[in-house]
Design a protein around this ligand. Structure first.
Ligand code: ATP
Length: 445
């Protein structure tokens, strides 16, 4: 186990370093020493993040007639967080080490009487710490003008339920989805982007009749598992389902989809049957009746909610951890030592660059660049003509580009290019007229 932990720590260190070196993720405000729990996504990271977001949106909203999208504000009326329970209950127990001044979440400590950092037993009494980030709206900084950055993206979905339903003329069952930033003043941000203070959530709330609640809970659970298996290519031993036995008093069922991160199993997504709790609370606190009138059956009722809730940053971290690989590669020339190929086996659907166009020589730039511009209209593409072709392949392997196109001295004559597969390193000769079709089939596979 200890050995595995070292290996895993090593993997984590390598990932963090690759993310920084190649512009995926780096600490926010780094030239000022960084700010704990905040991360910036660099050019490849931003592309990949956007690709995951688009894929989720496509799967959850665009391909479904009964799920609508929402883009709400980050700051809501403070009563929203009173109704949701966040202002009173969204807190963790924390303790400080008087010796080394480290601060911990009590529920995350193996032994809550000993400091994991220095071993001291001199810890403060555990005390409640609310995770909501506070700000002030308007020029007066007093409690009356206090507001909060949203701690989750789903509350505005409940608040806007009525407006969305009326505007879209949706009938139950239907869902509302939202992607956006959420903020939590985590006591101990850690494990790279896994636990951050600012992060992005992708959430969907599905409203149905109570009698159909469990059926839809099972449906969404299966949909989400299929998404990880088929779209994000999670292997069976990389994720597992944790079934909650202790449920919130209003909940009927809950599972987490957990992933094997380098630091251990961690929650990636929750699928929860939340009963009628959320809409009832917002009805009570706002005075607006959010119940649903079923005109076909002349019935009025409070809809039951099934929620799917996933972190975008955790999705990306999961993908990067699963993708990282080092392979011993024999160099072309005989007698030379083996070298190591760092390769990210990212799923083509979300790889930051899907296709790279690499001319065999700079002399071929004009035609190769024209081909790149054409490819770039359909795929996330990049052009690179600096350095040897071998080095350029390696650079693309390291950022997880699944297909590299080499435009060579023959291409002008036979209108064909060589397509190299990142994982097998096998090459196909493909006619330029077939290229788009060829790549589409591979990327969608
Ligand atoms: P945890 O137990 O890990 O703190 P949670 O159960 O509080 O998570 P939820 O409130 O269910 O998380 O949020 C839904 C999703 O949002 C999580 O599954 C996770 O992917 C993401 N998420 C929550 N907190 C963070 C965070 N601090 N940093 C990054 N992602 C987060």
């Amino acid at each position: 186990m200890a050995e595995e932990n070292v290996k895993n720590q090593e993997l984590m260190d390598k990932l963090v370093s690759l993310c920084k070196r190649r512009g995926f993720v780096f600490p926010s405000s780094e030239i000022y020493g960084g700010i704990n729990g905040f991360w910036d996504y660099g050019p490849y990271g931003a592309r990949m993040k956007r690709a995951i977001e688009n894929l989720w949106w496509h799967e959850m909203v665009e391909t479904r007639d009964n799920v609508e999208g929402l883009d709400s504000t980050i700051i809501c009326h403070p009563r929203v967080w009173k109704a949701s329970g966040h202002l009173d209950q969204f807190s963790d127990l924390m303790t400080d080490c008087r010796n080394c001044k480290s601060r911990y979440r009590v529920d995350q400590m193996e032994d809550p009487t000993t400091c994991p950092n220095c071993g001291s037993k001199d810890l403060t009494e555990p005390r409640e710490f609310n995770l909501m980030m506070k700000t002030f709206v308007g020029p007066v900084f007093d409690e009356e003008h206090a507001a909060y950055l949203r701690a989750e993206t789903c509350q505005p979905i409940f608040v806007d339920f009525h407006s969305v339903r009326v505007a879209t003329r949706q009938k139950i069952p239907f869902g509302i989805a939202q992607i956006g930033k959420a903020f939590r003043n985590e006591i101990n941000p850690r494990n790279f982007t896994f636990r951050s203070r600012e992060f992005t959530q992708m959430e969907m709330e599905f409203f149905c009749e109570e009698a159909q609640g469990m059926e839809f809970f099972e449906y969404w659970k299966e949909q989400r598992i299929n998404y990880y298996r088929n779209k994000l290519k999670f292997k069976d031993d990389f994720f597992r389902i944790y079934v909650h036995e202790k449920l919130a008093h209003y909940a009927k069922a809950a599972i987490d989809i957990e992933v094997k991160f380098p630091f251990g199993w961690g929650e990636l997504e929750g699928v929860h049957h939340r009963g009628t709790w959320d809409l009832s609370r917002h009805s009570e606190f706002s005075g607006e009746d959010l119940s649903y009138m079923d005109h076909d059956n002349h019935r009025k009722f409070m809809p039951t909610v099934i929620e799917t809730s996933v972190g975008l940053d955790r999705t990306m971290l999961a993908l990067l951890s699963a993708a990282y690989d080092e392979e011993k590669a024999a160099t072309a020339k005989e007698g030379m030592e083996e070298d190591t190929r760092i390769v990210m086996h990212l799923p083509p659907l979300v790889a930051p660059i899907q296709v790279a166009v690499l001319p065999q020589s700079k002399k071929l730039k004009e035609s190769a660049y024209a081909l790149y511009k054409e490819i770039d209209r359909h795929f996330r593409a990049e052009y690179d003509d600096t350095g040897s072709i071998g080095k350029r392949y390696r650079r693309q392997d390291e950022i997880g580009t699944p297909y590299c196109i080499c435009y060579d001295f023959e291409s002008g004559n036979d209108n064909c290019v060589t397509v190299r597969d990142r994982d097998t390193m096998l090459q196909d000769r493909v006619n330029v007229t077939q290229l788009r079709d060829y790549l589409e089939k591979k990327i969608e596979a």
